[in-house]
Design a protein around this ligand. Structure first.
Ligand code: NAP
Length: 346
């Protein structure tokens, strides 16, 4: 694929999508980005180098039928990133499942009506891989989350249903484009826009005294620039197919807190108490019932389990290399302070 081609990026305003748009413009692609408000609401996109010449923002909503048809005209690739990334919602069906699932089908249907589209890249998630990791297993692209529901980790459920529906759509309709899924873990690093992303919000919470102690939890992390690059490599690699886990490294909450502490961030309210042993885990399971509903469910399904993702496929087949996530996390913190999501403490 050569630059001068146009790539449609849905949810261009989002944390991850903004990095995708920036990299596409740097690589001389034209971008048709879908957003929900007037272009003037997105100065971090419209002020990107080359945005005046190569970026068009088009209004579209995942829940409006036919909404994406216009934005895809003449595009060779669609990167479908738009989907709510929120853990606690009032109505999981309306707020998470509908936009993820109906929105994905809406985008695929629009792509099928647009002959120029040759590939759709769907931003899925490791949430579609598992919602209760088995500590003894290395998770691969073969693994599917089969446990989530509207009541149990509904964000995970929505992402799983959306990705499953996308593969079923391909099977049933055999459209003139191929589908590739990118399944990132926790995406971190600086944000181009001012909004607080859910993953970086978790880092903010760890630094703001929200958690009483260090829990026996670990997460996979990946730099936002690397996750964005994965989408572009999936477009530029003709043989790319199937799903690609995009996760650089796992960090235990203990390592994350130690990293923040050793980076001179002791002045924030980092958790001091070590609750990562069996007694702490039992206590945190009880305390999880005092948390917002889906945070509580997440804690109960993950605490005491250790997650391990294989990133072999994405490195070998797409040639993605990973930036050390420790650097990305510190950059994310600096950025949280810059965007006033964390107070500047000296
Ligand atoms: P984000 O910053 O919250 O971006 C979500 C995007 O989806 C925004 O552009 C939002 O538009 C758009 N959107 C939500 N509901 C919509 C609707 N009804 N119609 C049209 N657009 C809608 O989240 P993100 O972290 O960049 O996530 C992007 C994608 O990556 C999501 O699919 C998410 O599941 C996936 N992902 C994220 C992570 C992570 O750690 N960040 C990890 C794995 C996978 P508005 O700006 O108008 O709200």
């Amino acid at each position: 694929m050569t630059p001068e081609q146009t790539v449609c990026v849905t949810g261009a305003s989002g944390y991850l999508a903004s990095h995708i748009v920036k990299q596409l413009l740097e690589k001389e692609y034209r971008v048709s980005g879908t957003v929900r408000r007037a272009p003037s609401a997105y100065p971090w996109l419209t002020s990107l180098p080359e945005a005046d010449n190569r970026l068009e923002l088009v209004i579209a909503d995942l829940l409006n039928e036919g909404s994406f048809n216009g934005a895809m005209q003449g595009c060779s690739t669609v990167m479908h990133t738009a989907s709510p990334y929120v853990i606690n919602v009032k109505n999981p069906e309306k707020d998470l499942l509908d936009p993820a699932l109906k929105g994905t089908l809406e985008v695929l249907t629009a792509a099928m009506k647009t002959p120029s589209v040759k590939r759709v890249i769907l931003t899925s998630s490791v949430a579609a891989i598992t919602d209760e990791p088995d500590s003894s297993k290395i998770l691969t692209e073969e693994d599917w989350n089969t446990r989530s529901s509207l009541k149990r980790n509904p964000y995970h459920y929505a992402k799983t249903m959306a990705e499953r529906a996308a593969w079923e759509f391909m099977e049933k309709n055999r459209p003139g484009f191929s589908l590739v899924c990118i399944n990132p873990s926790m995406v971190t690093g600086p944000s181009l826009g001012p909004a607080l992303n859910t993953t970086n919000g978790m880092i903010r919470d760890i630094m703001s005294g929200v958690y009483p102690g260090i829990m026996d939890l670990n997460w996979g992390f990946v730099d936002a620039g690397d996750a964005a690059e994965a989408h572009i490599l999936a477009m530029e690699t003709p043989e790319a197919s199937g799903r690609y886990i995009c996760s650089a490294k796992e960090l235990h909450m203990r390592d994350l807190v130690a990293l923040l502490r050793s980076s001179g961030l002791n002045r924030y309210q980092l958790p001091k108490l070590d609750l990562s042993g069996p007694a702490g885990t039992a206590l945190m399971k009880v305390l999880s019932w005092t948390q917002p509903r889906n945070t509580g469910t997440f804690i109960r399904t993950h605490i005491g389990h250790s997650v391990h993702y294989s990133n072999t496929r994405i490195q070998q087949e797409l040639g993605l290399t990973f930036k050390p996530v420790e650097e990305s996390i510190i950059e994310a913190v600096e950025d949280l302070i810059r965007h006033l999501h964390l107070p500047e403490k000296r």
